[in-house]
Design a protein around this ligand. Structure first.
Ligand code: PEP
Ligand code: MN
Length: 379
């Protein structure tokens, strides 16, 4: 169960003390307090963990300072969308809004290789009005002898260039808890020219200790990728680890699942799960066409499979797209063959805008249909 306090009930108020005191004394129940930092106010949510069946929501609602009580289903307690749910989805970070209602593009390098390539990429993004990107520094590679990413060494110039080109948020994968400190230190040293969205890769979806460490920090929001060899339910439960430790600013990313049934794509594209995850949780949903499709093949219509997959995600309501671009894919140290070219950025963004407009029209159509259903006299 979740007990949501009135926004005016502050931590040092008498109401707060009384209610928390009462809840902490309930037998077989443990309480966990979460502070949700919104744009205008901080909300306090108290999670009641344990056997809550015998508790009356009405009684809890009557406690001092309580605004609302939500009875949650067992799964995805914090990130889930529950019955009688009215809590808003999403969050704002470094001036960029992430929610289930909008769309943000993260085009960039799979892995940082040279400062020149970073600069070419970021300049092009700025020219196209983009404020977010992806830049891999710590790469989880299948082969131990493959390039592992430049790690902390590339962070200073990546952050400084991001500041120079007005980039507000960079998605950076972390594979070890120490990477969070490295990113933090480097942002401090460079004077916070940009923000970072910590990415958890598909190979770490169930690395519970890493998830707990990332969940314990509040500085950075998280881009969480589904596991490529586990069920959707298992991936959603893994995402909940982040929230259960205190960080509920999580974006859920679909990136395909591993099976030869997806051949010739690198993975079986799973973007039909966009509406499913939106229904089950309040997380904004990202799609990663690059790591799903994994090639630059195109169909006879001249449109790259990568762009078709992007469109499939957006037309189904995706809120973020993570996509590999590279100024010189033949020189890329990771995933060159699936990278889109700088000369394709304009085309890609126009295609995205077209499909997003299509999704908004589909939404309006659904609303019209529902309104008509309500007007019909019961027969
Ligand atoms: C990536 O985005 O660079 C990446 C390695 O993706 P995934 O974890 O989905 O394979
Ligand atoms: Mn990659």
């Amino acid at each position: 169960m979740i007990v949501i306090l009135d926004s005016s009930t502050t931590e040092n108020s008498e109401e707060y003390r009384q209610t928390l005191n009462y809840l902490s004394q309930l037998p077989t129940i443990t309480t966990r307090v979460h502070k949700i930092q919104g744009a205008r106010q901080t909300l306090t949510e108290i999670y009641l963990i344990g056997d809550t069946k015998s508790l009356s929501a009405e009684d809890l609602r009557a406690l001092p300072g309580v605004e609302r009580v939500i009875r949650v289903s067992e799964e995805y307690r914090i990130l889930g969308r529950h019955r009688d749910e009215q809590r808003a989805s999403g969050f704002e970070y470094n001036g960029v809004k992430f929610s289930q209602e909008n769309l943000t593009i993260f085009a960039g390098l799979c892995a940082v290789d040279t400062p020149e390539h970073v600069e070419t990429m970021l300049r092009a993004l700025q020219e196209h009005g983009q404020t977010c990107t992806r830049m891999g520094a710590y790469k989880p590679r299948t082969n131990p002898y493959s390039f592992q990413g430049h790690g902390r060494a590339c962070l200073p110039y990546t952050f400084e260039l991001a500041g120079k080109y007005g980039i507000k948020v960079i998605a950076i994968e972390v594979t070890h808890e120490s990477h969070i400190d490295e990113i933090h230190e480097c942002l401090e040293q460079t004077g916070h020219p940009t923000g970072v969205l910590l990415q958890i890769g598909t190979r770490n979806t169930q690395n519970f200790e890493l998830l707990k460490a990332i969940g314990r920090q509040q500085a950075f929001p998280v881009l969480f990728k589904r596991g490529f060899g586990i069920t959707l339910n298992e991936s959603l439960n893994a995402a909940e680890y982040l929230a259960s430790e205190g960080n509920s600013r999580v974006i859920f990313c679909l990136r395909g699942v591993k099976t030869n049934m997806g051949d010739p794509h690198r993975n079986l594209v799973d973007f039909s799960h966009v509406p499913v995850v939106k229904r089950l949780t309040r997380m904004p949903i990202c799609v990663d066409p690059s790591h799903s499709v994994g090639s630059r093949e195109h169909s006879p219509d001249g449109i790259l499979d990568l762009m078709h997959a992007t469109a499939q995600g957006i037309i189904a309501g995706a809120n973020m797209v993570l996509i590999d671009f590279h100024p010189e894919p033949t020189k890329a140290l990771v995933d060159g063959p699936q990278a889109m070219l700088m000369g394709e950025l304009d085309w890609f963004l126009q295609d995205v805008a077209l499909v997003w407009d299509g999704y908004r029209k589909r939404q309006a159509l659904a609303e019209q249909h529902q309104a008509k259903q309500h007007q019909k006299p019961a027969s």
